[in-house]
Design a protein around this ligand. Structure first.
Ligand code: GLN
Length: 534
């Protein structure tokens, strides 16, 4: 049996260099060579998970099959690898400390002083190696969040230092840095990389491979200089040049032979060429689309594109399936509340109302649903977006003027969207929503049924409110149908208006399951409907 190999990806110089994409790209290449790979993200913040974070902080909260609320990088891992991640793939400092403190309270440390080293670092190492047990993976890639030199990432780097010692050649460190270009002198600069590696060395870690983000190609002398100053061989100085789509990064990394260098250093054979034909096929469609279509994304966090990462990526996947590029028009739902707000929707061929929480901008979302419904524009409502569609239909078709979600108006006499029974006693915010994968049965002949080409599915959730089944008859008699229902609880998972060309609202989050190899059928079908829209 092959010993599991561990790869650590650290970052220096600045944040947002794309450690997640580099990790996912390397994983893709190793997977395409037949290795079983998983990727883990260690986040240095103290929140137990990002579920309690406002999307403005770190972007979208991603949800796994097992209901973990995680960093959005896990979305990239799944989209690239097409394999599910789980709670074990995302660990935060909060979670590490919580386990250590729980053990301390139980008396497990037998009177010892509990310290960052060894107790916190031991817990970090345990979490890293947990993924390597049970012979599930040949390679575990662990991305360390934050930037080397941050106080809060120190214990993680220390854990990497210890593991490098313990695992010796079964592990390696890839350090990602930036080579800035100074337009005034016309030069690419290596000093920030040198300093960043020095910082890592001060913390006891010698990187094995350097991946340098750059806007311009790196010439040989520059690579030689970096190699000399940073104690790596020149073949381990890898260029990561800016590209137009993240999906090109694996190809660039292959050209730079990152996968081969990694395998060699880990003592693993590189027998076959990576099998990348489906990926390349997808990429060529992304880069050379036949059609183009503009779709509005209505939400309240649109200033930060990362807030809706999985949705925007799903449109790239579904677009490629339709030979088309989807241009997202990000619309702030509050702007739709202005008297002439609907003008913003004039040039789009489809409207997606995004997930979300709370009251801000809700009326703008509801108005955009009405606009889509009345003008027969293809519509997809996700989670809160579906709930808005239900409220809109209640108010404007069923003429229940005060129809509302009890999330927005606790005292509404007509809570067409209401708090789930199981949520009624819940007071804590963290990890208490209805989370993760649940089954959904699809009504024959519905748009959803046609899209999936199946009579049931499983989808991921993150919500507290649901369609109030007391109103179901009323809705169905007037043309809004529940076409997807949870078989165990009767919870309405999908609503549709069959008299509309394509109007679908889903209580779940299809965006979490769309990958390059398996674009989500609802997105594919929605994009197709927007292309057909005249
Ligand atoms: N706020 C709504 C609920 O909790 C919708 C949640 C969401 O869009 N993810 O049910």
């Amino acid at each position: 049996m092959l010993a599991t190999r561990y790869i650590f990806v650290t970052g220096g110089v600045t944040s947002s260099l794309g450690k997640g994409i580099i990790s996912a790209s390397l994983a893709k290449l190793l997977q395409a060579r037949g290795y079983r790979v998983t990727i883990q993200k260690l986040d240095p913040y103290i929140n137990i998970d990002p579920g309690t974070l406002n999307p403005y902080e770190h972007g979208e909260c991603y949800v796994t099959e097992d209901g973990a609320e995680t960093d959005l990088d896990l979305g990239h891992y799944e989209r690239f690898l097409n394999t599910p991640t789980s709670q074990a793939n995302n660990v935060t400092t909060g979670r590490i400390y919580q386990s250590v403190i729980n053990k301390e309270r139980k008396g497990d440390y037998l009177g010892k002083t509990v310290q960052v080293i060894p107790h916190i670092t031991d817990e970090i190492k345990r979490r890293i190696q947990l993924l390597g047990t049970k012979n599930k993976y040949d390679v575990v890639i662990t991305e360390i969040g934050g930037t080397v030199g941050d106080i809060e990432s120190l214990p993680y780097i220390e854990a990497v230092r210890q593991l490098k010692w313990e695992l010796s050649s079964n592990c390696l460190v890839i350090h990602l840095t930036l080579v800035p270009y100074l337009p005034t002198s016309g030069e690419l600069k290596t000093k920030p990389t040198q300093h960043s590696v020095k910082m890592l060395l001060e913390e006891g870690v010698q990187p094995d491979i350097l991946v340098l983000r750059t806007h311009y190609p790196l010439f040989t002398d520059l690579r030689k200089k970096v190699a000399l100053f940073c104690n790596v061989d020149i073949s381990s100085v890898i260029e990561s040049i800016d590209v137009s789509t993240i999906y090109e990064v694996p190809i660039k990394m292959k050209e730079e032979k990152l996968d081969l260098i990694v395998l060699k250093k880990l003592g693993l054979p590189a027998n076959d060429e990576p099998k990348l034909a489906p990926w390349l096929n997808f990429l060529s469609k992304v880069k050379k689309p036949k059609y183009e279509v503009k779709i509005a994304l209505v939400g309240k966090y649109v200033e930060l594109a990362d807030s809706y990462k999985s949705i925007t990526e799903s449109f790239i996947h579904a677009g490629a399936m339709n030979n088309c590029r989807v241009e997202m028009k990000m619309i702030h739902s509050e702007h739709l509340e202005a008297p002439d707000g609907m003008e913003l929707l004039k040039d789009v061929k489809g409207i997606l109302v995004a997930p979300g929480f709370g009251e801000r901008g809700i009326e703008g979302k509801i108005k955009s649903v009405q606009y889509a419904r009345e003008n027969k524009i293809p519509f997809l409502g996700i989670c809160l977006g579906m709930q808005c569609a239900v409220v809109e239909f209640g108010r404007n078709v069923l003429n229940i003027e005060d129809a509302d979600s009890s999330e927005m108006n606790r005292k509404t006499p007509n809570p067409v969207i209401d708090l789930m029974e199981g949520q009624k006693g819940v007071s804590e915010k963290g990890g208490t929503m209805r989370l993760g994968s649940y089954p959904c049965e699809l009504k024959a002949g519905s748009a959803a049924h046609k899209a999936y080409g199946a009579s049931s599915t499983n989808e991921r959730h993150r919500h507290r409110y649901e369609f109030n089944n007391d109103y179901l008859h009323l809705y169905e008699n007037s043309g809004m149908i529940a076409t997807g229902v949870n078989p165990d609880t009767d919870l309405v998972e999908i609503i549709e208006i069959p008299s509309h060309p394509w109007f679908v609202g889903v209580q779940f989050h299809p965006e979490y399951k769309s990958t390059v190899i398996n674009p989500h059928p609802l997105f594919v079908s929605f994009v197709k409907a927007t292309l057909d829209f005249k």
